[in-house]
Ligand binder design. Structure first.
Ligand SMILES: Cc1ncc(COP(=O)(O)O)c(C=O)c1O
Length: 397
């Protein structure tokens, strides 16, 4: 059994704060501060450029890829870290289209995160007029898997509502119609068990700054199914995805397997922070995380609904259909969230009217939720959000 009291003690959680935004940016693993300090001093400081060899900086992308891969059911050796999630979406989609050259349509849904749709649009425009993006309602994905579609690109858990797609069923349906699948796991990795190998997924991408707690700007990951990994020719053919980067050949030859999805120099400081986070993940079992997450989300929903009639649940009520967040709709959601943050309950807001609360069992427990609900009840019941200061929109919501 995962010892949640032990994992909680390994994070720095500021006094007076109940942090319900780990679905956006995970908190600081206590060990990360010393680890980065040591890396800077002993490795960057003392070893200088020799650190690439002596301290194994170059291997961190694949070593950490495997550690993340354990949480998402990837086969060892098939996940690599690097770049941002937007870049990884582009790479995965370009490769999926390459594997399905006679088809020209990408299917996605309007619950997807905008950057995924923007990246798809940019890629498809560069490929020519015969390519197109089809965006349907999340509920209508299955019935729209027609045989003109090359690739199905979905985010498993909706960033606003927490609604979860059935990855296994949709992947099987897509495959039956000759469609390649790309799954964005931004709100899945570290939130719930994912089994990419068992689902037979083709590509998966995700970030490490949310539930994985790698810190602001932490790198993304990409998974390529073993059956495709040596077949694809990366669209972003950077030197570190070359078979022999230090041969400095003028011709590109892809590295074996998923390493061809590397592009350029890895973010070593961020990867060092992620190592500290993954040490905590090594103490956790995803089945325990899922069970606790559903229990905590159910508790939060029941208490908020009992005490705050102003808030309307927009997340699925059934835990199996939900990620690890709970969202409510409120016409003054932005102001209400600012009022909560001012009182130490940190969640976030997504336009037009959604208040999101991330429920992360690694460091959030029942006591935190009871305390948070007391503050939410006060803010809602007494309309404490109705103050001009809370209505001024910051750049990041
Ligand atoms: C589903 C999803 N995809 C992509 C992104 C953004 O990716 P990037 O790391 O490139 O900013 C987010 C950010 O929250 C996201 O939720």
């Amino acid at each position: 059994m995962t010892d949640f009291a032990a994992t909680k003690s390994m994070f720095h959680l500021p006094d007076g704060v109940i942090y319900l935004d780990g679905n956006s940016l995970g908190p600081l693993p206590r060990a990360a501060t010393a680890r980065i300090g040591k890396m800077m001093q002993d490795e960057w400081g003392e070893m200088l450029i020799t650190g690439w060899n002596k301290a194994g900086w170059m291997q961190k992308s694949t070593v950490l890829g495997d550690r993340v891969g354990r949480l998402i059911g990837a086969q060892p050796g098939h996940v690599v870290m690097g770049d941002t999630l937007s870049i990884k979406v582009y790479q995965a989609l370009a490769s999926a289209l390459e594997l399905n050259p006679s088809r020209k349509v990408v299917l996605s849904d309007n619950g997807n995160f905008p950057t995924d749709l923007y990246m798809a649009d940019g890629l498809l425009r560069s490929l020519g007029d015969e390519y197109g993006l089809r965006v349907v309602d999340p509920d209508a994905v299955a019935e729209n898997l027609t045989d003109d579609i090359a690739a199905l690109m979905l985010t498993e858990v909706d960033y606003r509502t927490g609604r979860k797609h059935d990855m296994r069923a949709l992947t099987a349906l897509a495959h039956a119609r000759g469609i390649i699948t790309i799954w964005d796991l931004a709100h899945s990795a570290g939130a719930l068990p994912v089994d990419l190998a068992a689902c037979n997924a083709d590509f998966a991408v995700g970030c490490s700054y949310k539930y994985l707690n790698g810190g602001p700007g932490a790198p993304a990951f990409i998974y390529v199914a073993p059956r495709h990994a040596d077949k694809i020719h990366p669209a972003l053919s950077g030197w570190l995805g070359h078979e022999a980067p230090f041969a400095f050949d003028l011709d590109y030859r892809p590295a074996p397997g998923v390493e061809r999805m590397r592009v350029g120099t890895p973010p070593v400081l961020q990867l060092t922070a992620l190592e500290a986070a993954m040490d905590i993940w090594d103490m956790a079992d995803m089945a325990d995380i899922r069970a606790k997450s559903i229990e905590l989300c159910d508790l939060f929903i029941a208490e908020v609904e009992a005490k705050c009639p102003e808030l309307t649940l927009v997340s699925p009520r059934d835990g199996d259909q939900r990620g690890s967040q709970v969202s409510f709709r409120f016409h003054q959601g932005y102001a209400a969230m600012q009022a909560l943050i001012a009182r130490g309950v940190i969640g976030d807001f997504r336009a037009p009217d959604i208040m999101r609360f991330g429920i992360t069992p690694l460091y959030i427990d029942e006591r935190d939720l009871h305390a948070a609900v007391a503050i939410i009840t006060d803010v809602m019941g007494n309309a404490l959000w109705d103050h001009p200061d809370y209505k001024i929109r910051a750049a990041i919501t």
